[in-house]
Design a protein around this ligand. Structure first.
Ligand SMILES: [Zn+2]
Length: 349
């Protein structure tokens, strides 16, 4: 069968290659790939900056934002032939650490977790893949291709849960939320914020194109420019850019007792404005929280499925801005103007 493979840490090695059929050891559920979403992590792996091949192998099958159709559910009773499923990405570390031991592998303490398509387990960009039944999430059939948005939605489901958990240390009835960044994560975070009944604002660089419209069509308010100029003190900020200045500004505009949840991963950059100690002083005096959030456990996968199930299908459909054939995967990995979510499509839904 065909797959998109890469030799991790070696740039320019991604290819559309022949690989063996998936072996039953990879899981008792056999799945036909429908689509796989592409994100910044895939681009970093292809650029040779990230990623680990399975032990004893040189290449890794890419892809972690999956959607597939069950060909053979195997002996476990939970799935049927034809079901649409998405594969959970992370597996607990083998030690395991206390968090992995209780199923909270998203909070792994020792970093020895593995991840499909990223760290030591083949991903989902192959015509067929196998998965353990307990890591196959069945998705609402009416979502069709939009089930491919489940994995990015798990990231925001966890982020919102973290916000609630830390917010509840005191009286907690948030009314306003600011989301920084209007990529797939930012837009999905805004969608979940609206589902929670919050007054949601989204800040991003674009002044035209589809993103401002997508935000307004959620019933949220779009801002471009600086976080400092949004004109209110949010109860919650979901930070999705990873840009240092945006993070620093977010910590300064958050309301007293508010929560800044960082989901973006960036590096470098320069800051204009107060020093770290000045920012920290303001946090102390306002009882603010900054919480980092990455990945998702099974509870978040379930909640993400609920969020997508409730979402307007035509709005979700506008997030998938490009579909490329597997042989054209290189095109899928190139960012184009106004791209939101690009998917590699292996089969029709
Ligand atoms: Zn662990």
């Amino acid at each position: 069968m065909k797959a998109i493979t890469v030799e991790p840490k070696i740039p320019g090695t991604a290819m559309f290659a022949d690989v063996p059929e998936p072996v039953p050891g990879g899981g008792s559920v056999l799945v036909e790939a429908i689509a796989v979403g592409v994100c910044g992590t895939d681009i970093e792996i292809v650029e040779g900056k990230y990623g680990w091949a399975p032990p004893g192998k040189r290449s890794l099958v890419l892809g972690h934002e999956s959607l597939g159709r069950v060909i053979d559910p195997g002996p476990s009773g939970g799935l049927q032939k034809g079901d649409l499923v998405v594969g959970i990405v992370r597996r607990p570390d083998p030690v395991p650490c206390p968090n992995c031991a209780v199923g909270e592998w998203d909070m792994c303490r020792n970093g020895q977790y593995t991840e499909r398509g990223i760290k030591q387990i083949d991903g989902f960009m192959s015509e067929r893949w196998r998965i353990e039944p307990e890591y196959a999430m069945k998705v609402d059939r009416t979502l069709g291709l939009l089930g491919v948005l489940l994995e990015p939605t798990t990231v925001v489901a966890k982020a919102w849960e973290q916000v609630d958990l830390v917010g509840r240390r005191a009286f907690w009835e948030p009314r306003t939320a600011l989301v920084t960044g209007a990529g797939p994560i930012g837009l999905l975070a805004a969608m979940v914020g609206r589902q929670r009944g919050l007054d949601v604002h989204v800040l991003s660089r674009e002044t035209s194109g589809s993103k401002p419209d997508l935000v307004r069509d959620l019933g949220a308010t779009y801002h471009s420019g600086s976080v400092k100029d949004v004109g209110f003190e949010p109860d919650v900020i979901i930070e999705c850019t990873g840009v240092g200045q945006v993070i620093s500004d977010s910590v300064q505009v958050i309301g007293a007792g508010g929560v800044v949840c960082l989901t973006g991963v960036g590096s470098g950059g320069r800051l204009v404005g107060p020093s770290t100690a000045d920012v920290a002083a303001e946090m102390v005096l306002q009882n603010n929280i900054i919480v980092g959030s990455v990945n998702a456990n099974k509870r978040h996968w379930f909640k993400a499925g609920q969020a997508l199930g409730r979402a307007d299908r035509s709005w979700l459909g506008r997030l998938v801005t490009r579909r490329e054939r597997p042989e054209d995967f290189a095109r899928a990995l190139q960012r184009e103007n106004d791209d939101i979510k690009v998917v590699v499509q292996f089969a029709e839904v």
